[in-house]
Design a protein around this ligand. Structure first.
Ligand code: COA
Length: 334
């Protein structure tokens, strides 16, 4: 019998725009202060993509180009590109199609995946399944969001949280058995939509002068309700995932959590019995970049990852969507 094909992450890229929106600058826009933002969320600054005509594909494309350049891979070799985003360049075509055009990935089929802050987890699971099917050799998953395009900078409960950024990974067949994407536990519950959504601009409430005047094209969030569900959802999924793989907190080399609020991250690490030095944290520099947070962490920590490391990716987001993915890292840093 033929061995099962296992998918593995074999390269990482990332991109954040230059402009830094600091807590100090937000103090001038809304009634808030640096101390409150740091202590309640962990965010100190976020990156913002400036410039007329710039969109999410301008974050995703450089992340993928960096990944391919590092690995010496021609864009024509990509079989499929999945762009996880809630801030597509436009409703259609898919931002994934636009990224492929920008980078010259002419042989790839490509599509967007919308699962809000859990988008990248869903994308990695889908991408890994394509590799495991045996039909595709190279699948790129990019998590990219220009959150600044849907944030109301007069709403202090949301504008402090989000930023722009993108990260990308390459999935290929693992060279060694037991390395790569080992397991995923993904969940969704649409009854959570009422707590975190955008009111207008979809088919239920298309854009009108009134929806624009009522500021209904921005993120709407009931922070406390989301916070409570996120704490339990992310922690429980991560705990269940490692337990069903006969692992304990001490067996995990790195927890890579979605970066929505440092307090949610701390709760997840505690539940899993993972110490803070094993938790990737860049929320202080980038805030919540939605689909971008997890691959941006992998990008920044890539040189510290070792072949054989057990790594748990964990997320919670709009939908609600949530889950966790277990990796056994498949390569050593160069
Ligand atoms: N600056 C200063 N004060 C603020 C503030 C800000 N930016 N935002 C809210 N406040 C105030 C509130 O008005 C409230 O004042 P009151 O007690 O006088 O009414 C007080 O701070 C506490 O507000 P609350 O909403 O209870 O704060 P919180 O501790 O829940 O923190 C969030 C708010 C948004 C940071 C937090 O709920 C959160 O992170 N939620 C989850 C976000 C998330 O994960 N979203 C994405 C999912 S992917």
């Amino acid at each position: 019998m033929q061995n099962k094909i296992q998918a593995a992450i074999t390269g990482v890229g990332g991109y954040v725009p230059e402009y830094r929106l600091t807590n100090k600058e937000l103090e001038a826009l809304v009634e808030t202060n640096d101390e409150w933002i740091r202590s309640r969320t962990g965010v100190e600054e976020r990156r913002i993509l400036k410039g007329e005509g710039k969109g999410t594909s301008d974050l995703g494309a450089p992340a993928v180009v960096e990944l391919l350049t590092k690995r010496g891979i021609d864009p024509m070799e990509i079989d499929c590109l999945i762009c996880c985003t809630v801030t597509p360049d436009m409703t259609f075509p898919a931002t994934a199609n636009i990224i492929c055009d920008k980078i010259g990935a002419k042989n790839a089929f490509s599509f967007d995946l919308g699962a809000a802050c859990s988008g990248f987890l869903y994308g990695v699971t889908m991408g890994a399944s394509l590799i495991e099917s045996g039909r595709y050799k190279k699948v790129v998953v990019v998590g990219a969001d220009k959150m600044s395009s849907i944030i109301d900078y007069s709403d202090r409960t949301t504008c402090i949280l989000f930023g722009d950024g993108a990260g990308a990974v390459l999935l290929e067949q693992s060279h060694e058995e037991g390395y790569g994407v080992l397991d995923s536990l993904l969940k969704s519950d649409g009854s959570g939509a009422k707590y975190l959504h955008m009111k207008a601009g979809g088919s239920v409430k298309p854009a009108t002068m009134e929806t624009v005047a009522a500021k209904e094209h921005y993120v709407y969030q009931e922070g406390q309700a989301v916070f409570k569900s996120a704490v339990t959802g992310m922690a429980n999924a991560s705990y269940e995932l490692i337990t069903r793989n006969n692992l304990k907190g001490e067996d995990i080399a790195w927890l890579v959590p979605h970066q929505a609020n440092k307090r949610i991250i701390d709760a997840t690490a505690n539940r899993m019995g993972i110490s803070s030095d094993k938790v990737m944290l860049n929320i202080q520099r980038y805030g919540n970049t939605t689909s971008g947070t997890i691959p941006l962490c992998l990008w920044e920590w890539e040189n510290q990852l070792k072949k054989g490391d057990n790594i748990v990716l964990a997320a919670f987001g709009g939908g609600f969507t949530w889950g966790a993915t277990l990796l056994k890292w498949a390569y050593d840093p160069k």
